[in-house]
Design a protein around this ligand. Structure first.
Ligand SMILES: [Ca+2]
Ligand SMILES: [Zn+2]
Ligand SMILES: [Zn+2]
Length: 340
């Protein structure tokens, strides 16, 4: 009985790996599965959810892994860097990676600190490095990260495996090595509370893929951020209070809110994000932006949302949520429901 049980659970585990890696879920290890099992990837485990309807296991498109940060300004600190990349290069790559997560659809801002404590501590470490999740030498597991507030002070932290040959893929043509930006942008997703996505184009797909220049988040990642920080988000810091960074409150002036910042979604504050066919749409005030999947703005946008969605009551001054019904592909708009 025990042998049977063990074999069953092994087959189930193999099936899960196959499903997440988009291979036929046979439960048997063939060449493609072997290749998948040795492919470079993130060290955070994949989560598969039980589908209530038919009891079969399926991979969610995106997974919220934990609670989100309760503040809008998140600090990070770079403790060390690999020998082949100096501090300046690592700092530049990480800054770009963090900014990917603050534009265009999240209320979060990131600040590097050199002294004192930070929300996200970033270290390059080898083998056993004291957190119970040892690295495995060169290859396979490249990095891992902790969800916000998990394991006390470890919460949000990112560890990169020093035994990888880290490169800055944006400089020159290097065909070997692991691109730090690509790994970092994924790990930051965990630091913000996202789990692995089964969508291959998603940044949160667990297997390493090198990102091209001009990279932006996929809509699956944006929707996860929208759910975690807009629908569920609760912030203890005021959005205009920048004094939380350990400084004395007397020498940093608190700026008054700007009167008119509509017409620009780049400041990070918006009313709603949703899908329209395969495009992502972002609402702010009376305006709507519409992007192709990789964040390219469509022609004619931004424009007034009542010119796109005709026949809306004129009393609607903003859209709080947008949702495309899967049954008939009708787009539903909500106004005045969500408060954040
Ligand atoms: Ca490794
Ligand atoms: Zn991961
Ligand atoms: Zn670690």
């Amino acid at each position: 009985m025990e042998a049977f049980y063990t074999e069953e659970s092994f087959r189930e585990a193999v099936k899960q790996v196959q499903q997440f890696g988009h291979l036929p879920a046979t439960g048997f290890i063939d060449d493609a599965t072997k290749k998948l099992l040795t492919a470079p990837r993130c060290g955070v485990p994949d989560i598969l959810r039980q589908s209530p309807r038919n009891n079969s296991i399926r991979a969610n498109p995106y997974v919220i892994g934990s609670q989100g940060w309760k503040k809008r300004t998140i600090t990070y600190k770079i403790h060390n860097w690999p020998p082949q990349l100096g501090y300046n290069q690592v700092a530049q790559v990480l800054k770009t990676a963090f900014n990917t997560w603050s534009e265009p659809a999240s209320p979060l801002r990131f600040e590097e600190v050199r002294n004192g404590e930070a929300d996200i501590e970033i270290t390059f470490a080898s083998a056993d490095h004291g957190d119970g999740y040892p690295f495995d030498g060169q290859g396979r597991v490249l990095a891992h990260a902790f969800f916000p507030y998990d394991f006390d002070s470890l919460g949000g932290d990112i560890h990169f495996d020093t035994d990888e040959y880290w490169i800055d893929g944006s400089r020159g043509k290097q065909n070997y090595g692991i691109d730090l930006f690509s790994a970092a942008v994924h790990e930051i997703g965990h630091s913000l509370g996202l789990g692995h996505s089964a969508v291959e184009k998603s940044v949160m797909f667990p297997y390493y893929q090198r990102h091209k220049p001009g990279f932006s988040l996929y809509y699956d990642d944006l929707l996860a951020m929208y759910e975690l920080y807009i629908v569920r988000g609760s912030f203890e810091d005021d959005q205009y209070d920048k004094t939380s960074n350990g400084g004395s409150t007397t020498d940093t002036p608190v700026l008054p809110p700007k009167k008119d910042d509509s017409g620009n979604i780049c400041n990070g504050y918006f009313d709603a994000v949703g899908l329209l066919k395969d495009d992502i749409v972002i609402f702010k005030g009376l305006l709507v932006w519409r992007f192709k999947d990789r964040g390219i703005l469509r022609k004619g946008y931004p424009t007034y949302f009542n010119s796109v969605f005709q026949g809306l009551p004129s009393s609607i001054k903003r859209v709080d949520a947008v949702y495309q019904r899967t049954s008939d592909l009708h787009t539903l708009l909500f106004s005045g429901i969500l408060k954040y």
